[in-house]
Design a protein around this ligand. Structure first.
Ligand code: CMC
Length: 429
């Protein structure tokens, strides 16, 4: 028998169905509450609201666990690759050899963008933020693929749309970078894998070809795997929200990129490095910044700290911290910023303010130090996050549009404005 909970409002009893997920997560289904009682639930910022049922990733914020399709991210980082994880997230299972080869071939095959698009990049001022360019370009890409924009797609068309975007977004990101440094655009090479091709498009010049380096490729692969999905975060919820109106995947991803840009979300990786550099430049030590973050009269927050879901150390941050040391050692870089980050972490983790609020380093705290070591400019850090999150956004869009019960997302509100009043002509106001 289906379980229910009873809600008593002024002596009227309403029965709410109870839902339980495969990991024991519990929910009250309030979908019919307003129709039955006239009440809605109010939950600003969705702190306690599930927007959907999803089988893609699972987080236990109390234990610090993150799994994609049931597999722990630490295991995926050790044994898999970003391409394979992309397949896993999007199609729900690890690919067999043939499926994987076909998938990689399709992604590689779609790595050209229409030549006309190159002129779009040159129309932006040199200082334009690459997140603005990326979002605009992903949406613009749709005009070259009218055949992929139908709200009702066959499985084959949906696959085409997905592989086009998986491949081309990284090309657009690399072109945005090339534009910002005033260098010629570079095309993919068939013998390189997905991420090496991205690095090649970023860093090859006519004078110096990009040289693959296994330690760096692995570190980048791990960073991208760790960013690949994170259930109903702000940008993924945005992708689902836009997708729910049956807007196409290009539009939904473009909106997701904009949502990611904010400093409370993916933009935090840029904000962290800027914060660490200003601590370094000030020479005043980490204590002053910890004190500023605790001061309620001050808007300053310790960037890269805290998370809506994790009440333990973010498992992604722990893995990235390890790779930070590895990459810096490999490249022979002695970066004082890494020491400042570790000192800041130590100071915060032993401070009552952070302990009481369960604030730990998140995925953005150490990632920028690796990007910096790879010579990726600071304003490209959030673009790197976007490239990593791409398969997750796509997987959620696919899950949404393939759900026969999909409806347009449309929250309600509690109105707090004026009661009904008459219009006053301007000369009587
Ligand atoms: N520094 C100082 N105090 C903080 C911080 C921080 N980084 N984060 C949260 N707090 C305090 C907050 O002021 C509040 O204190 P009080 O209870 O006294 O009012 C308490 O901790 C709870 O915080 P909250 O703002 O209610 O938590 P939230 O779930 O709404 O926000 C967050 C989560 C990630 C937006 C927030 O922790 C934050 O702004 N962190 C800094 C930005 C950041 O690193 N963002 C990346 C998030 S992880 C990757 C991603 O999602 O993209």
């Amino acid at each position: 028998m289906n379980k229910t909970a009873k809600l008593d409002i002024d002596g009227h009893i309403y029965e709410l169905p109870l839902i339980e997920g495969t990991e024991g997560e519990k929910a009250l289904d309030v979908g019919r509450l307003r129709a039955q009682s006239g009440y809605i639930t109010l939950d600003p910022a969705f702190a306690n609201t599930g927007a959907c049922q999803s089988a893609i990733s699972f987080i236990d914020g109390e234990l610090g666990t993150l799994r994609y399709r049931g597999i722990d991210i630490a295991e995926l980082c050790e044994k898999s690759t970003f391409m394979e994880v992309s397949y896993l997230l999007i199609y729900g299972h690890l690919p067999g050899e043939e499926e994987y080869t076909r998938f990689k071939e399709k992604v590689h095959h779609h790595s050209l963008i229409h030549e006309d698009m190159k002129s779009f990049f040159t129309s932006y001022p040199g200082h334009a933020h690459p997140m603005a360019i990326l979002s605009a370009m992903v949406c613009s890409l749709s005009v070259y693929h009218p055949e992929l924009l139908q709200p009702e797609q066959s499985d084959e068309d949906r696959d085409q749309t997905i592989t086009h975007l998986l491949s081309k977004v990284r090309v657009l990101a690399a072109f945005a970078y090339k534009r910002s440094v005033g260098e010629a655009f570079v095309y993919t090479r068939p013998e390189l894998d997905y991420l090496s091709n991205f690095m090649h498009m970023m860093f090859t010049t006519p004078m110096r070809p990009f040289e693959p380096d296994e330690v760096i490729r692995k570190a980048l692969d791990v960073l991208f795997i760790l960013h690949a999905d994170h259930e109903q975060n702000c940008s993924t919820s945005t992708v689902r929200m836009v997708g729910s109106s049956k807007a196409n995947l290009f539009a939904a991803l473009s909106a997701g990129i904009c949502a990611l840009w904010g400093p409370l979300h993916g933009g935090a990786n840029q904000a962290v490095i800027e914060m660490l550099e200003s601590i370094h430049a000030s020479g005043s030590g980490t204590k002053r910044y910890v004190d500023m973050a605790k001061d309620k009269g001050n808007h300053f927050k310790l960037m890269g700290f805290g998370h809506r879901v994790y009440k333990k150390y973010d498992p992604r941050a722990a893995i990235i911290k390890k790779y930070c040391d590895q990459v810096l050692n490999h490249l022979g870089i002695d970066n004082p910023i890494l020491e400042i980050a570790k000192e800041l972490e130590e100071a915060a983790l032993t401070d009552d303010y952070f302990i009481e609020r369960q604030l730990y380093p998140n995925v953005d705290f150490y990632s920028g130090i690796i990007y910096r070591a790879l010579k990726i400019p600071t304003n490209m850090f959030t673009v790197m996050f976007a490239l990593g999150r791409l398969p997750g956004w796509i997987a959620h869009w696919k899950e949404l549009v393939e759900d026969p019960g999909m409806k347009i997302a449309r929250p309600r509100q509690i109105y707090t404005g004026s009661r009904e009043q008459q219009y006053l002509p301007i000369d009587e106001r």
